[in-house]
Design a protein around this ligand. Structure first.
Ligand SMILES: Nc1ncnc2c1ncn2[C@@H]1O[C@H](COP(=O)(O)OP(=O)(O)OP(=O)(O)O)[C@@H](O)[C@H]1O
Length: 257
């Protein structure tokens, strides 16, 4: 399913993932050959249990596949040791999940800095950047010293996103990042992801939500562990008309979504 005119960031070859439950095997991903292109905002959709999160975790090196290869910029991450994988993820990947767990014993700012210090040696620069990014998602000075128990779920989610983005990972993997948020917080999270993507970073996001999926420029549809549909859209713009939603809705309806 790869196109020739774009640079590939991640490519899977005959990717398979099987889980065993009490001696019964469940083949969740089946022989997947899928490419994620640099700079794309890729969306993974599909019915519940179709393997979306499993695919996301495999692409990001969080979960080892049972079969096949995953090439990240041409390098097979399935052959890496756990330590090598941890370094790889820290260097190249950001993660945003539905439930973000901030460290309870650290302030909002220190949570973000705990990630920034892993790559930024200049502490003053790291602090300045953390404050700037937090402010951009509406977490002003008043929240920097607060602990996770003292802020709302939406604020914690936004702080977690900044923690994931502060080192400017090449790719951000997001699993239902707005699933637990009210619409204002959700919109702010999507705004940040859109901005990050416009600055050149790639995003791969799993979502059930049509409006959230509209942020993407490429939609992959998974059914029973196989990609059965792909839709290419223009890059998202805040003033995109209803045609974009109609196009996505028609694609999903055809696939029985
Ligand atoms: N760690 C695991 N151990 C055993 N089975 C698992 C594991 N992770 C996922 N599965 C199974 O794999 C299948 C696909 O799960 P996955 O979470 O990838 O689906 P999904 O498409 O993301 O679903 P949803 O939309 O409901 O989140 C499910 O049947 C699930 O029970």
């Amino acid at each position: 399913m790869s196109r020739n005119n774009e640079e590939v960031l991640v490519q899977t070859r005959k990717l398979g993932k099987t889980f065993s439950h009490g001696g019964v095997q469940q083949h969740v991903l089946k022989n997947l050959d899928v490419a994620v292109h640099k700079g794309d905002f890729t969306i993974i959709m599909g019915s519940s249990g179709s393997g979306k999160s499993t695919l996301l975790y495999a692409l990001s090196g969080m979960e080892k596949p049972t079969l096949g290869e995953i090439l990240f910029e041409g390098k097979d991450i399935t052959r890496m040791s756990n330590d090598q994988l941890a370094v790889f993820r820290r260097k190249h990947c950001g993660f945003v999940f539905q439930q973000i767990h901030l460290l309870d014993t650290m302030s909002v700012l220190d949570n973000v800095l705990s990630s920034a210090y892993l790559v930024q040696r200049d502490r003053r620069k790291a602090v300045a950047k953390a404050k700037e990014l937090l402010t951009r998602v509406g977490l002003g000075e008043g929240t920097w010293g607060k602990f996770p128990a003292q802020i709302s779920g939406g604020e914690a989610q936004r702080a977690g996103i900044i923690r994931a983005l502060i080192n400017e990972p090449k790719v951000v993997f997001a699993d239902e990042p707005t699933g637990a948020l009210n619409s204002a917080s959700g919109a702010s999270v999507l705004g940040v992801l859109t901005e990050v993507n416009r600055s050149g970073q790639s995003i791969v996001m799993v979502t059930h939500d049509l409006k959230t999926a509209l942020r993407g420029n490429r939609i992959l549809y998974l059914r029973d562990g196989v990609i059965v549909g792909e839709l290419q859209l223009s890059p998202f713009h805040e003033d995109s008309g209803p045609e974009r939603q109609d196009q996505l809705q028609a694609f999903l309806t055809e696939l029985g979504w």
